[in-house]
Structure formats: C-alpha cells, structure tokens
Design a protein around this ligand. Sequence first.
Ligand SMILES: [Zn+2]
Length: 135
Amino acid sequence: MSRNTITDEDLRAYLAEHLPAPRMALIEQSLRDSEPLRRQLVTITRDNDQGGFSVGEVWRRGRLSCPTRGQLGAYLLQALDEGPREYIDFHLQTVGCRVCNANLADLQQASASAPEKQRRRRKYFESSAGYLRRD
Ligand SMILES: [Zn+2]
C-alpha cells in the first residue's frame, strides 16, 4: 500500500493504535502534510464518537488544527465539554499557538470591556447605596 492510499480503515486503525509503529508514523506524517486527510480523519471521528473517540482526543493526538474563533469563545465562556476544552488548553499552552493565543486575548478583551464596566458601575452604586443607608 502506497503513501497516497490511506483508507478510512487505516485511519480507524490509526485512531485505535492498532498499527505497527512505522505505519503509525507514516499516517501521522501524512496527516501533518494533508489537509484533506485531516478532514477525512475528523469525519471518521464524528462517525466514531460512540466508539469512544472524542474529537478532542483526536485533535490532541494529531495536533490537527487550530480551534475556530467560535470554539475559543465557547472555551472562554467555559461552555465546552472536557475533550475540546482539554484540547484547547493543550493547543494554547503546550503547543503555544501564537495565532490562537492572540485570538483568545482579543476575545477576552472584547468580552471583558463592556460587561466589566457595567459591573463595576453597579458595584460602585451598590456600595454607595449601602453607605448611605448605613449613615
Ligand atoms: Zn492555533
């Protein structure tokens, strides 16, 4: 079987780590090089979700791609499941992806500025109201 014919079957075996090491390495390399193959893998993972492969797990294993801005937003809001959250942690901290760290900082700033100002104002108001009441 040549380098260019990686089948769904191969990818499933890869996910399950049921291949000899050289074949694992070859598929890993091909995943790094080939965007269509990465998409193929993600599709298989979706089909495979009931088989115990979370997308996050595969992402982490293959370092497949950057999370979307939407996913980073959900991460920021702590709205993600454990798998994707761990993947993004890994991607940001261990891989140290600059693009995503910049994106996250940007999102943090955007989401912090408006509500934070309101919250501070309300807090100020409440404490002065309390102060006046006590007086
Ligand atoms: Zn990234």
